[in-house]
Design a binder for this molecule. Structure first.
Ligand SMILES: [Ca+2]
Length: 491
Protein backbone atom coordinates (compact mmCIF):
# COMPACT_ATOMS: atom_id res chain seq x y z
CA UNK A 1 0.00 0.00 0.00
CA UNK A 2 2.83 2.35 0.80
CA UNK A 3 4.38 1.67 -2.66
CA UNK A 4 1.08 2.63 -4.35
CA UNK A 5 0.82 5.74 -2.23
CA UNK A 6 4.34 6.78 -3.10
CA UNK A 7 3.67 6.10 -6.79
CA UNK A 8 0.60 8.38 -6.71
CA UNK A 9 2.56 11.01 -4.88
CA UNK A 10 5.41 10.90 -7.37
CA UNK A 11 2.88 11.66 -10.15
CA UNK A 12 2.40 15.09 -8.78
CA UNK A 13 5.21 17.52 -8.09
CA UNK A 14 3.00 19.53 -5.74
CA UNK A 15 2.37 16.39 -3.72
CA UNK A 16 6.10 15.77 -3.66
CA UNK A 17 6.65 19.12 -2.04
CA UNK A 18 3.93 18.41 0.47
CA UNK A 19 5.53 15.10 1.37
CA UNK A 20 8.86 16.81 1.92
CA UNK A 21 7.23 19.45 4.09
CA UNK A 22 5.52 16.77 6.23
CA UNK A 23 8.83 15.00 6.64
CA UNK A 24 10.50 18.22 7.79
CA UNK A 25 7.69 18.96 10.24
CA UNK A 26 7.91 15.50 11.78
CA UNK A 27 11.68 15.81 12.16
CA UNK A 28 11.36 19.21 13.85
CA UNK A 29 8.51 17.89 16.02
CA UNK A 30 10.54 14.94 17.21
CA UNK A 31 13.40 17.26 18.14
CA UNK A 32 11.02 19.30 20.31
CA UNK A 33 9.64 16.11 21.82
CA UNK A 34 13.12 15.27 22.93
CA UNK A 35 14.06 18.69 24.13
CA UNK A 36 10.74 20.11 25.33
CA UNK A 37 8.61 22.45 23.21
CA UNK A 38 9.04 25.96 24.60
CA UNK A 39 6.01 27.52 26.24
CA UNK A 40 3.46 24.71 25.79
CA UNK A 41 5.48 21.93 27.40
CA UNK A 42 7.20 24.01 30.04
CA UNK A 43 7.51 22.09 33.25
CA UNK A 44 9.37 22.35 36.49
CA UNK A 45 12.72 22.28 34.71
CA UNK A 46 14.27 24.80 32.31
CA UNK A 47 16.22 22.86 29.59
CA UNK A 48 19.82 23.86 29.06
CA UNK A 49 20.86 25.81 25.93
CA UNK A 50 24.23 24.04 25.38
CA UNK A 51 25.54 26.80 23.08
CA UNK A 52 25.71 29.28 25.91
CA UNK A 53 25.36 27.46 29.19
CA UNK A 54 27.48 25.02 31.11
CA UNK A 55 25.96 22.04 32.87
CA UNK A 56 25.02 23.17 36.40
CA UNK A 57 26.66 21.50 39.32
CA UNK A 58 24.64 20.38 42.28
CA UNK A 59 25.16 22.35 45.44
CA UNK A 60 26.04 20.04 48.31
CA UNK A 61 23.48 19.90 51.10
CA UNK A 62 24.77 20.96 54.48
CA UNK A 63 25.30 18.15 56.96
CA UNK A 64 22.38 17.24 59.21
CA UNK A 65 22.20 18.75 62.66
CA UNK A 66 23.10 16.26 65.32
CA UNK A 67 22.76 15.99 69.05
CA UNK A 68 20.09 16.95 71.55
CA UNK A 69 16.57 15.77 71.03
CA UNK A 70 14.07 13.65 72.85
CA UNK A 71 13.96 10.08 73.95
CA UNK A 72 11.22 7.89 72.55
CA UNK A 73 7.68 8.96 73.52
CA UNK A 74 5.24 6.52 75.02
CA UNK A 75 -30.32 12.69 36.14
CA UNK A 76 -77.28 14.04 0.66
CA UNK A 77 -78.41 14.95 -2.41
CA UNK A 78 -81.81 16.93 -3.35
CA UNK A 79 -84.61 14.84 -5.26
CA UNK A 80 -86.55 16.60 -8.17
CA UNK A 81 -90.33 16.14 -7.88
CA UNK A 82 -91.66 16.00 -11.50
CA UNK A 83 -95.36 14.94 -11.74
CA UNK A 84 -96.45 12.85 -14.76
CA UNK A 85 -99.55 14.23 -16.71
CA UNK A 86 -102.58 11.95 -16.53
CA UNK A 87 -104.62 11.24 -19.77
CA UNK A 88 -108.37 10.46 -19.44
CA UNK A 89 -110.05 8.00 -21.85
CA UNK A 90 -113.16 9.43 -23.83
CA UNK A 91 -116.61 8.42 -22.52
CA UNK A 92 -118.18 5.40 -24.20
CA UNK A 93 -121.86 6.21 -25.06
CA UNK A 94 -124.74 5.74 -27.58
CA UNK A 95 -125.23 9.34 -28.90
CA UNK A 96 -123.72 10.90 -31.98
CA UNK A 97 -122.92 14.50 -32.50
CA UNK A 98 -125.39 17.02 -34.36
CA UNK A 99 -122.65 18.06 -36.71
CA UNK A 100 -122.49 15.63 -39.71
CA UNK A 101 -118.77 15.86 -39.64
CA UNK A 102 -118.92 14.49 -36.23
CA UNK A 103 -120.89 11.29 -36.96
CA UNK A 104 -124.49 9.80 -37.21
CA UNK A 105 -127.30 11.16 -35.05
CA UNK A 106 -129.01 8.81 -32.79
CA UNK A 107 -132.81 8.16 -33.57
CA UNK A 108 -134.27 10.27 -30.76
CA UNK A 109 -131.84 13.00 -31.16
CA UNK A 110 -133.77 15.75 -33.27
CA UNK A 111 -135.23 17.45 -30.26
CA UNK A 112 -131.99 16.99 -28.55
CA UNK A 113 -130.29 18.48 -31.63
CA UNK A 114 -132.43 21.71 -31.55
CA UNK A 115 -131.89 22.00 -27.89
CA UNK A 116 -128.23 21.47 -28.43
CA UNK A 117 -128.08 24.03 -31.27
CA UNK A 118 -129.88 26.62 -29.10
CA UNK A 119 -127.67 25.73 -26.31
CA UNK A 120 -124.73 25.90 -28.63
CA UNK A 121 -125.46 29.59 -29.38
CA UNK A 122 -125.62 30.35 -25.71
CA UNK A 123 -122.59 28.33 -25.19
CA UNK A 124 -120.76 30.11 -28.01
CA UNK A 125 -121.60 33.46 -26.42
CA UNK A 126 -120.61 32.16 -23.09
CA UNK A 127 -117.50 30.68 -24.59
CA UNK A 128 -116.70 34.00 -26.33
CA UNK A 129 -117.23 35.78 -23.06
CA UNK A 130 -115.21 33.19 -21.38
CA UNK A 131 -112.54 33.53 -24.05
CA UNK A 132 -112.43 37.28 -23.40
CA UNK A 133 -112.23 36.65 -19.77
CA UNK A 134 -109.58 34.06 -20.33
CA UNK A 135 -107.68 36.53 -22.54
CA UNK A 136 -108.02 39.15 -19.88
CA UNK A 137 -107.06 36.71 -17.29
CA UNK A 138 -104.19 35.43 -19.30
CA UNK A 139 -103.01 38.98 -19.77
CA UNK A 140 -103.16 39.66 -16.13
CA UNK A 141 -101.64 36.26 -15.61
CA UNK A 142 -98.70 37.12 -17.79
CA UNK A 143 -98.26 40.30 -15.81
CA UNK A 144 -98.40 38.18 -12.73
CA UNK A 145 -95.94 35.82 -14.33
CA UNK A 146 -93.68 38.64 -15.09
CA UNK A 147 -94.01 39.87 -11.59
CA UNK A 148 -93.47 36.41 -10.25
CA UNK A 149 -90.49 36.05 -12.57
CA UNK A 150 -89.03 39.27 -11.29
CA UNK A 151 -89.69 38.19 -7.77
CA UNK A 152 -88.03 34.86 -8.50
CA UNK A 153 -85.05 36.60 -9.95
CA UNK A 154 -84.86 38.91 -7.00
CA UNK A 155 -85.22 35.97 -4.69
CA UNK A 156 -82.52 34.06 -6.53
CA UNK A 157 -80.24 37.07 -6.25
CA UNK A 158 -81.06 37.45 -2.65
CA UNK A 159 -80.45 33.78 -2.11
CA UNK A 160 -77.17 33.94 -3.94
CA UNK A 161 -76.24 36.91 -1.85
CA UNK A 162 -77.22 34.98 1.23
CA UNK A 163 -75.18 31.99 0.10
CA UNK A 164 -72.23 34.23 -0.63
CA UNK A 165 -72.62 35.84 2.72
CA UNK A 166 -72.97 32.49 4.34
CA UNK A 167 -69.82 31.28 2.60
CA UNK A 168 -67.99 34.34 3.68
CA UNK A 169 -69.24 33.88 7.21
CA UNK A 170 -68.33 30.19 7.12
CA UNK A 171 -64.90 30.96 5.77
CA UNK A 172 -64.39 33.55 8.40
CA UNK A 173 -65.67 31.20 11.07
CA UNK A 174 -63.32 28.41 10.09
CA UNK A 175 -60.46 30.87 10.09
CA UNK A 176 -61.49 32.02 13.51
CA UNK A 177 -61.76 28.43 14.60
CA UNK A 178 -58.22 27.74 13.49
CA UNK A 179 -56.98 30.73 15.41
CA UNK A 180 -58.90 29.72 18.43
CA UNK A 181 -57.47 26.20 18.30
CA UNK A 182 -53.95 27.55 17.92
CA UNK A 183 -54.38 29.94 20.78
CA UNK A 184 -55.88 27.24 22.94
CA UNK A 185 -53.05 24.86 22.20
CA UNK A 186 -50.51 27.51 22.88
CA UNK A 187 -52.13 28.49 26.08
CA UNK A 188 -52.70 24.92 27.24
CA UNK A 189 -49.39 23.49 26.23
CA UNK A 190 -46.61 25.97 25.74
CA UNK A 191 -47.35 28.55 28.33
CA UNK A 192 -47.63 26.11 31.23
CA UNK A 193 -44.41 24.45 30.06
CA UNK A 194 -42.62 27.73 29.80
CA UNK A 195 -44.06 28.81 33.06
CA UNK A 196 -42.89 25.63 34.68
CA UNK A 197 -39.38 26.09 33.32
CA UNK A 198 -39.31 29.72 34.36
CA UNK A 199 -40.65 28.84 37.74
CA UNK A 200 -37.95 26.24 38.32
CA UNK A 201 -35.27 28.64 37.15
CA UNK A 202 -36.67 31.18 39.52
CA UNK A 203 -36.70 28.69 42.38
CA UNK A 204 -33.17 27.73 41.60
CA UNK A 205 -32.06 31.33 41.54
CA UNK A 206 -33.94 32.03 44.71
CA UNK A 207 -32.21 29.21 46.55
CA UNK A 208 -28.85 30.33 45.20
CA UNK A 209 -29.54 33.84 46.35
CA UNK A 210 -30.56 32.53 49.75
CA UNK A 211 -27.41 30.52 50.01
CA UNK A 212 -25.29 33.49 48.97
CA UNK A 213 -27.10 35.69 51.46
CA UNK A 214 -26.50 33.27 54.27
CA UNK A 215 -22.86 32.90 53.23
CA UNK A 216 -22.52 36.67 53.15
CA UNK A 217 -24.10 37.08 56.55
CA UNK A 218 -21.93 34.30 57.94
CA UNK A 219 -18.88 36.05 56.54
CA UNK A 220 -20.09 39.38 57.96
CA UNK A 221 -20.40 37.81 61.36
CA UNK A 222 -16.98 36.34 61.01
CA UNK A 223 -15.50 39.63 59.84
CA UNK A 224 -17.00 41.54 62.73
CA UNK A 225 -14.28 40.18 64.99
CA UNK A 226 -11.62 39.15 62.50
CA UNK A 227 -8.63 38.83 64.73
CA UNK A 228 -10.15 38.63 68.13
CA UNK A 229 -11.32 35.19 66.92
CA UNK A 230 -12.43 33.82 70.21
CA UNK A 231 -9.59 31.40 70.43
CA UNK A 232 -8.73 30.44 73.88
CA UNK A 233 -5.10 29.61 73.74
CA UNK A 234 -4.40 26.64 75.95
CA UNK A 235 -2.46 27.26 79.09
CA UNK A 236 -0.08 24.47 78.29
CA UNK A 237 2.90 25.70 76.34
CA UNK A 238 6.40 24.56 75.46
CA UNK A 239 9.37 25.06 73.20
CA UNK A 240 7.45 23.32 70.36
CA UNK A 241 4.44 21.03 69.78
CA UNK A 242 6.30 17.87 70.76
CA UNK A 243 7.00 19.22 74.21
CA UNK A 244 3.32 20.33 74.52
CA UNK A 245 2.01 16.85 73.71
CA UNK A 246 4.41 15.41 76.25
CA UNK A 247 2.96 17.80 78.79
CA UNK A 248 -0.59 16.54 78.05
CA UNK A 249 -1.73 18.98 75.33
CA UNK A 250 -3.33 16.36 73.07
CA UNK A 251 -5.88 18.35 70.95
CA UNK A 252 -4.84 19.68 67.56
CA UNK A 253 -5.22 23.44 67.80
CA UNK A 254 -3.36 26.72 68.08
CA UNK A 255 -0.79 26.99 70.87
CA UNK A 256 1.72 29.54 71.98
CA UNK A 257 5.28 28.23 71.88
CA UNK A 258 8.69 29.61 72.70
CA UNK A 259 11.60 27.64 71.32
CA UNK A 260 14.81 27.81 73.30
CA UNK A 261 16.83 30.86 72.45
CA UNK A 262 14.14 32.49 70.28
CA UNK A 263 13.45 36.11 71.15
CA UNK A 264 9.64 36.06 71.48
CA UNK A 265 6.94 33.41 71.94
CA UNK A 266 4.70 32.94 68.89
CA UNK A 267 1.48 31.19 67.85
CA UNK A 268 1.59 28.02 65.86
CA UNK A 269 -0.80 25.22 64.91
CA UNK A 270 0.05 21.88 66.46
CA UNK A 271 -1.06 18.62 64.83
CA UNK A 272 -1.45 16.24 67.75
CA UNK A 273 -3.12 13.36 65.81
CA UNK A 274 -1.14 12.53 62.63
CA UNK A 275 1.50 9.82 63.20
CA UNK A 276 1.47 10.16 66.98
CA UNK A 277 1.21 13.97 66.93
CA UNK A 278 3.68 16.52 68.24
CA UNK A 279 3.96 18.21 64.83
CA UNK A 280 4.57 21.93 64.47
CA UNK A 281 2.90 23.06 61.21
CA UNK A 282 5.26 25.31 59.23
CA UNK A 283 3.24 25.51 55.97
CA UNK A 284 -0.40 24.86 55.07
CA UNK A 285 -2.48 25.19 51.86
CA UNK A 286 -6.16 24.14 51.79
CA UNK A 287 -8.46 26.75 50.11
CA UNK A 288 -6.37 29.42 48.38
CA UNK A 289 -7.39 32.04 50.96
CA UNK A 290 -3.85 33.35 51.38
CA UNK A 291 -1.62 34.75 48.64
CA UNK A 292 1.79 33.00 48.66
CA UNK A 293 3.37 35.20 45.97
CA UNK A 294 5.23 37.32 48.56
CA UNK A 295 8.56 39.03 49.06
CA UNK A 296 11.66 37.90 50.92
CA UNK A 297 10.77 39.77 54.06
CA UNK A 298 7.32 38.20 54.27
CA UNK A 299 8.79 34.73 53.91
CA UNK A 300 11.42 35.59 56.51
CA UNK A 301 8.87 36.65 59.15
CA UNK A 302 5.96 34.45 58.16
CA UNK A 303 2.43 35.32 56.92
CA UNK A 304 -1.13 34.00 56.72
CA UNK A 305 -3.61 32.79 59.36
CA UNK A 306 -2.28 30.38 61.93
CA UNK A 307 -5.64 28.90 62.87
CA UNK A 308 -9.42 29.37 62.53
CA UNK A 309 -12.38 28.68 64.75
CA UNK A 310 -14.02 25.35 64.53
CA UNK A 311 -17.87 25.70 64.61
CA UNK A 312 -19.31 26.16 68.07
CA UNK A 313 -15.95 25.72 69.76
CA UNK A 314 -14.10 28.24 71.79
CA UNK A 315 -10.70 27.24 70.53
CA UNK A 316 -9.04 27.42 67.11
CA UNK A 317 -9.14 23.75 66.17
CA UNK A 318 -8.51 24.15 62.45
CA UNK A 319 -5.32 25.31 60.80
CA UNK A 320 -5.39 28.35 58.50
CA UNK A 321 -3.23 28.88 55.43
CA UNK A 322 0.17 30.16 56.44
CA UNK A 323 3.95 30.10 56.16
CA UNK A 324 5.51 30.08 59.62
CA UNK A 325 8.55 32.10 58.60
CA UNK A 326 12.08 31.18 57.54
CA UNK A 327 13.72 32.54 60.70
CA UNK A 328 11.47 30.42 62.93
CA UNK A 329 11.86 27.33 60.73
CA UNK A 330 15.62 27.73 60.64
CA UNK A 331 15.87 28.25 64.37
CA UNK A 332 13.67 25.25 65.06
CA UNK A 333 15.71 22.87 62.87
CA UNK A 334 18.92 23.99 64.54
CA UNK A 335 17.80 23.07 68.04
CA UNK A 336 18.41 19.44 67.20
CA UNK A 337 17.69 16.73 64.59
CA UNK A 338 14.35 17.51 62.96
CA UNK A 339 12.03 15.43 60.78
CA UNK A 340 9.72 16.82 58.09
CA UNK A 341 6.31 15.44 57.08
CA UNK A 342 4.74 16.74 53.83
CA UNK A 343 1.10 15.68 53.43
CA UNK A 344 -0.94 16.32 50.29
CA UNK A 345 -4.44 15.66 48.95
CA UNK A 346 -5.87 15.87 45.39
CA UNK A 347 -9.40 17.13 44.43
CA UNK A 348 -10.89 13.62 44.68
CA UNK A 349 -9.70 13.17 48.23
CA UNK A 350 -6.76 10.84 47.54
CA UNK A 351 -3.84 11.43 49.88
CA UNK A 352 -0.11 10.75 49.82
CA UNK A 353 2.83 11.88 51.92
CA UNK A 354 6.57 12.38 51.85
CA UNK A 355 8.49 11.95 55.09
CA UNK A 356 12.08 13.12 55.56
CA UNK A 357 13.88 11.83 58.63
CA UNK A 358 16.33 14.72 58.43
CA UNK A 359 15.49 18.37 57.73
CA UNK A 360 17.65 21.41 58.29
CA UNK A 361 17.29 25.03 57.12
CA UNK A 362 20.30 27.36 57.48
CA UNK A 363 19.98 30.94 58.67
CA UNK A 364 19.35 34.07 56.53
CA UNK A 365 23.08 34.74 56.07
CA UNK A 366 23.23 31.33 54.41
CA UNK A 367 20.13 32.07 52.34
CA UNK A 368 18.10 29.55 54.31
CA UNK A 369 19.79 26.67 52.50
CA UNK A 370 17.76 23.45 52.79
CA UNK A 371 18.94 19.95 53.58
CA UNK A 372 16.70 16.87 53.59
CA UNK A 373 17.50 13.18 54.05
CA UNK A 374 16.08 9.75 54.86
CA UNK A 375 13.02 9.78 52.58
CA UNK A 376 10.12 7.39 52.97
CA UNK A 377 6.53 7.78 51.78
CA UNK A 378 4.01 7.49 48.90
CA UNK A 379 4.33 10.90 47.16
CA UNK A 380 7.71 10.29 45.57
CA UNK A 381 11.06 11.72 46.64
CA UNK A 382 10.88 15.01 44.71
CA UNK A 383 13.10 17.00 47.09
CA UNK A 384 16.10 14.67 46.81
CA UNK A 385 15.68 12.92 43.43
CA UNK A 386 13.97 15.57 41.32
CA UNK A 387 10.96 15.01 38.97
CA UNK A 388 10.48 11.30 38.16
CA UNK A 389 9.14 12.27 34.65
CA UNK A 390 12.49 13.72 33.66
CA UNK A 391 15.89 12.14 32.94
CA UNK A 392 19.52 13.15 33.18
CA UNK A 393 20.38 16.76 33.82
CA UNK A 394 16.72 17.77 33.16
CA UNK A 395 15.89 15.76 36.27
CA UNK A 396 18.80 16.80 38.43
CA UNK A 397 18.07 20.47 37.82
CA UNK A 398 14.76 19.91 39.62
CA UNK A 399 16.32 18.60 42.84
CA UNK A 400 15.68 20.90 45.81
CA UNK A 401 18.05 19.45 48.38
CA UNK A 402 20.92 21.88 49.01
CA UNK A 403 19.20 24.86 47.34
CA UNK A 404 18.96 28.40 48.67
CA UNK A 405 15.64 30.03 49.31
CA UNK A 406 14.37 32.43 46.58
CA UNK A 407 11.52 34.91 46.35
CA UNK A 408 10.55 37.07 43.36
CA UNK A 409 12.51 39.97 44.82
CA UNK A 410 15.58 37.88 45.74
CA UNK A 411 16.95 35.39 43.25
CA UNK A 412 19.14 32.65 44.74
CA UNK A 413 17.95 29.85 42.44
CA UNK A 414 19.96 27.39 40.33
CA UNK A 415 18.89 29.00 37.07
CA UNK A 416 22.00 30.95 36.21
CA UNK A 417 21.67 32.83 32.90
CA UNK A 418 22.83 36.15 31.48
CA UNK A 419 19.17 37.15 31.29
CA UNK A 420 18.44 38.42 34.78
CA UNK A 421 14.67 38.45 34.11
CA UNK A 422 14.76 34.65 34.19
CA UNK A 423 13.87 33.77 37.76
CA UNK A 424 12.12 30.67 39.04
CA UNK A 425 10.26 32.40 41.83
CA UNK A 426 8.85 35.04 39.46
CA UNK A 427 7.66 32.38 37.02
CA UNK A 428 6.53 29.69 39.43
CA UNK A 429 4.57 31.84 41.85
CA UNK A 430 5.93 31.38 45.38
CA UNK A 431 8.95 31.59 47.69
CA UNK A 432 10.84 28.27 47.68
CA UNK A 433 14.12 26.43 47.49
CA UNK A 434 14.10 26.68 43.68
CA UNK A 435 16.77 25.03 41.56
CA UNK A 436 16.20 25.26 37.79
CA UNK A 437 13.40 25.29 38.78
CA UNK A 438 11.34 22.68 40.65
CA UNK A 439 9.86 19.23 40.99
CA UNK A 440 7.81 20.35 43.99
CA UNK A 441 6.15 23.75 44.32
CA UNK A 442 4.11 23.75 47.57
CA UNK A 443 3.98 27.55 47.74
CA UNK A 444 2.77 27.95 44.13
CA UNK A 445 -0.47 29.55 42.95
CA UNK A 446 -3.67 27.95 44.12
CA UNK A 447 -5.83 26.58 41.26
CA UNK A 448 -9.39 25.60 42.14
CA UNK A 449 -10.26 22.10 40.81
CA UNK A 450 -6.81 20.65 40.16
CA UNK A 451 -6.13 20.49 36.41
CA UNK A 452 -4.80 23.66 34.86
CA UNK A 453 -2.75 24.45 31.75
CA UNK A 454 0.14 26.62 30.60
CA UNK A 455 -2.28 29.17 29.06
CA UNK A 456 -3.88 29.70 32.47
CA UNK A 457 -0.54 30.31 34.17
CA UNK A 458 0.83 33.83 34.39
CA UNK A 459 4.12 32.94 32.72
CA UNK A 460 3.13 29.71 30.93
CA UNK A 461 5.00 27.62 33.51
CA UNK A 462 3.68 25.08 35.98
CA UNK A 463 3.15 27.53 38.81
CA UNK A 464 0.46 25.56 40.68
CA UNK A 465 0.67 23.77 44.05
CA UNK A 466 2.63 21.00 42.37
CA UNK A 467 4.28 17.72 43.42
CA UNK A 468 5.42 16.40 40.02
CA UNK A 469 6.33 12.93 41.24
CA UNK A 470 2.69 12.29 42.18
CA UNK A 471 0.46 14.33 39.80
CA UNK A 472 2.82 15.85 37.23
CA UNK A 473 3.22 19.49 36.31
CA UNK A 474 -0.33 20.41 35.35
CA UNK A 475 -2.23 19.40 38.44
CA UNK A 476 -2.50 21.75 41.39
CA UNK A 477 -3.22 20.00 44.66
CA UNK A 478 -6.14 20.81 46.91
CA UNK A 479 -4.24 20.46 50.14
CA UNK A 480 -0.57 20.57 51.04
CA UNK A 481 0.96 20.91 54.46
CA UNK A 482 4.47 20.73 55.90
CA UNK A 483 5.02 19.94 59.56
CA UNK A 484 8.15 19.35 61.60
CA UNK A 485 9.02 17.55 64.82
CA UNK A 486 12.22 16.92 66.71
CA UNK A 487 13.61 13.62 65.54
CA UNK A 488 13.58 10.97 68.27
CA UNK A 489 13.79 7.22 68.32
CA UNK A 490 10.31 5.63 67.75
CA UNK A 491 9.17 2.90 70.03
CA1 LIG B 1 18.45 32.89 38.61
Amino acid sequence: QRVVTLWILSKSSAMKRLLLLLLCVSIVKSQFDYDEEPGVGARGHRPLDKRWEATPTLRPAPPPISGGGYRARPSQPQASHLKKLERKAPDAGGCLHADPNMGVLCPTGCVLQDTLVKQERNIKTTVRDLGNEVDELSQSTSTSFQYVGTLKELWAKKQKQTIDNQNAVNGFSSELEKHQIYIQETVNTHIPNNLRVLRSILENLRSKIQKLESDVSAQMDYCRNPCSVSCNIPVVSGKECEEIIRKGGDTSEMYLIQPEGFAKPYKVYCDMKTENGGWTVIQNRQDGSVDFGRKWDAYKKGFGNIAINEDAKKYCGLPGEYWLGNDKISHFTKMGPTELLIEMEDWKGDKVKAHYGGFTVQNEANKYQISVSKYKGTAGNALMDGASQLVGENRTMTIHNGMFFSTYDRDNDGWVTADLSKQCSKEDGGGWWYNRCHSANPNGRYYWGGHYSWDMAKHGTDDGVVWMNWKGSWYSLKKMSMKIRPFFPQQ
